[in-house]
Design a protein around this ligand. Structure first.
Ligand code: BEZ
Length: 212
């Protein structure tokens, strides 16, 4: 198992999921992807996380992002657990959960951290771009549920960077000013950023969010 780093092509795999067998890259198609693991079925924090992602499903769709969950339990267990998630979180689960009983995907993506737990996956998140490259890796402990608003915020930032020569400053939220990439010369800014810009330092230039 090689370490996965930002910019690497996300490893491809074939897996059984609650929505049938998938070949990961083919399943992604031209979409962005979020692959997230959780320690185990029928656990409380995971139940709330999967419910939250189901509630946010349309937000991921709006951004052309496909979501897929993973745990090292089997398909039958996943299907039974989905009933609980739907009942307790008041959702319909629209996205697949990978049944990774042999831990093939978990090992491929280094989701098992033996000094935390030698059996279960930790809470990993991989954001994958439309170019199949890994754009973000997060690792959370089992006891901390993830913040899916933050994931959407990062996706918005990544997609802005992919489409415009901008980056996003600390605590940026959709609609706030963005940072013009240092590779853009001052004289080229008016053509690229017709809304104008504020030059605070030669390396710190802010402009209104280009896609608003
Ligand atoms: C949970 O998902 O609820 C959980 C999993 C492992 C340890 C603690 C909580």
């Amino acid at each position: 198992m090689a370490t996965i780093r930002l910019g690497d092509i996300a490893p491809d795999f074939k897996a059984e999921t609650t929505q049938g067998t998938i070949q990961f890259h083919e399943w992604l198609g031209d979409s962005w992807g979020v692959l997230f693991s959780h320690p185990s079925d029928f656990t409380p924090v995971c139940t709330t996380e999967l419910g939250t992602v189901a509630n946010y499903f349309s937000e991921f769709q709006k951004r052309n992002v496909k979501v897929i969950a993973l745990s090292v339990d089997g398909l039958e267990s996943h299907h039974n657990w989905i009933k609980d998630i739907e009942e307790t979180q008041n959702v319909t689960l629209q996205y697949p959960i990978i049944a990774d009983e042999n831990k093939e995907v978990a090992n491929l993506y280094d989701m098992i951290h033996p000094n935390a737990n030698d059996t279960f996956t930790v809470r990993s998140v991989f954001i994958i771009g439309a170019d199949k490259k890994v754009k973000l890796i997060l690792t959370y402990p089992a006891s901390t549920g993830r913040n899916f608003d933050e994931l959407l915020r990062v996706i918005d930032s990544l997609q802005l960077t992919a489409n415009y020569s901008v980056a996003t400053p600390a605590n940026w939220k959709d609609g706030d000013d963005v940072v013009i990439s240092p590779s853009i010369k001052d004289e080229d800014i008016p053509a690229k950023f017709p809304k104008g810009f504020n030059r605070i330092k030669y390396y710190l230039r802010l402009t209104p969010q280009p896609n608003k």
